[in-house]
Each structure stands twice: as C-alpha cells, then as structure tokens.
Ligand binder design. Structure first.
Ligand code: APR
Length: 236
C-alpha cells in the first residue's frame, strides 16, 4: 500500500527521528537503550547546563560529536537521497542532528534541532567546524565558549528550518514519519499540520506513538532500514 501511495503522491515529505540513525550505530533517546535512559537531558542538553555545568556539557557533547564522526549514513539514508533525486519525495524534515541525510546526498532537508557537524561561539556566534571539539578547542578567539549548533532544551528552533518544515507539512499529500516517538514539541506538531492540510499520514516506528491514532497507516516492529529497502525494491 505504501509503495502505491509513494508512486501516486505528487508531494511527499519524510519526517525523521533518532530511529532513522540507530542502524548507523547512534543511540536514540527514549527506547530502552536510549540516551535519556542513562542521562538527564535537562542537566546536559540545556542552556542551564552550558552556563552552570560547562565541564560536563563539553564532555557530553564532545562524545556525541565524536560519535557522529565515527559512524555515518546507512543504506536507508542513501535510499531517501535517491528518492529525492528521482522526484519520489520532495523534502525531509529531521529532528536528528547527525547530518546523515545531507552526507547521504539529500538536498532539501530542514534540520529542526540543528546539527552536531557545526559549532558556534555562545558570545559572538562565529561558526566553527565541530572538529574543534575533537582537537579539544573549546573557546572562540573572542574568548566565548564554543557550543554545538544544536537546539538545547530551553532554546528556540532555528527560524529557517521551522519555516521550511511548516511550508512542507502544509504542501504534503503524503507525510511519512520514520523512527520518532513524536514526544517532543514543537517538532511533533508537523505530522498534525500535514494531516490538517489533507495529507495521508504514515507513522513507521518500532514502538507505538501517541500520534498513531491520527495516522492513515501505522507500521510497528519493523526496522526503518529494512522497510526502506523493501519499499525501494517495489518502486524499482
Ligand atoms: N527502526 C524503527 N524504529 C526505531 C529504530 C529502528 N531501527 N530504532 C529506534 N526506533 C524507534 C524507537 O522505538 C523510538 O520510539 O525510534 C523512536 C525514537 O524516539 P526517540 O528516541 O524519542 O527520538 P526522537 O523522537 O527523534 O526524539 C526527538 O528529542 O531529545 C530530543 O532533540 C532530541 O531530536 C530529539 C528529540
């Protein structure tokens, strides 16, 4: 059914979460082995942590920057990039900060939560490559602290990514969620915005989500990589 919908839809938007990157070797946040099962995000991934707990903040994010540099996109990311090139999908809205969609060749990507591939100075906002953290460079030439260009809890989402996601969700005829628990606002509003504007909503996630009741199709207990592989074979 989904391969049929993909073929006939004139405007398809894919929305990804951490479940898109676990098969690359990165942990997600809320499943049994998730990052937030071991660490309290508010103590680490927040502006409060950056201001009052900077040593632990830098240690935590240096580890995550190292993590995304050590692994990379898996076959599922490359399939989505091929689908964009073939005109099967028109854009990706991602909550992920690993940059794997772009590394796999996807072009129209809205990174709602920023990226670990870049750093910027908390004082003067000068941008740096996240390699600086790997070289244990933590301060800007202006003296300000360098932090990853991810959205910390307590910060607003990047305006341009939010705007693009809003427009894409409104234009979608088919909106496919891949690997997200859909628990974090405002990111989890985009599937609803798409639905409100007449899109068919598909939620593919290992576990059930609270938004499954709004979906036209729910796919549980299947790995995203395998699902994309199967769909790609049917579309060829
Ligand atoms: N295939 C299918 N589903 C998977 C796979 C997989 N290979 N691996 C994990 N999942 C599912 C998990 O069951 C889980 O429900 O992906 C979902 C990921 O949910 P979360 O861990 O909550 O991640 P996400 O929804 O992306 O979190 C949103 O929260 O902490 C913030 O900024 C962070 O962007 C993140 C946001």
């Amino acid at each position: 059914m989904l391969s049929q919908w993909l073929k006939t839809s004139k405007y398809t938007v894919v929305f990804t979460g951490a479940g898109m990157s676990t098969e690359s070797g990165l942990p997600d946040f809320r499943s049994s082995k998730g990052l937030w099962k071991k660490k309290d995000p508010s103590k680490l991934a927040s502006t409060e942590a950056l201001n009052n707990n900077v040593q632990e903040f830098i240690e935590f994010y240096r580890g995550r920057v190292l993590g995304v540099k050590e692994v990379g996109p898996h076959n599922g990311h490359f399939i989505l990039a091929d689908w964009e090139r073939d005109g099967l999908i028109q854009s990706i809205i991602t909550q992920n900060v690993d940059g794997f969609h772009q590394l796999a060749g996807s072009i129209r990507v809205a990174e709602l939560h920023g990226t670990l591939q870049k750093l910027h100075c908390q004082s003067c906002r000068k941008e740096y490559n996240s390699e600086e953290y790997l070289n244990e460079e933590y301060y800007c030439e202006c003296g300000g602290i360098l932090r990853p260009s991810v959205v910390l809890f307590g910060e607003a989402l990047p305006e341009d990514a939010f705007q693009m996601a809003f427009e894409e969700a409104q234009k979608a005829e088919l909106f496919i969620v891949l690997g997200s628990s859909l628990t974090v606002t405002p990111a989890n509003q985009f599937p609803l915005i798409a639905k409100e504007h007449g899109a068919k909503l598909v939620i593919a996630n290992m576990e059930k989500t609270s938004m499954d009741i709004y979906a036209d199709l729910v796919i549980n207990n299947q790995k995203i990589g395998e699902l994309l592989q199967e769909l790609d074979a049917k579309l060829r």
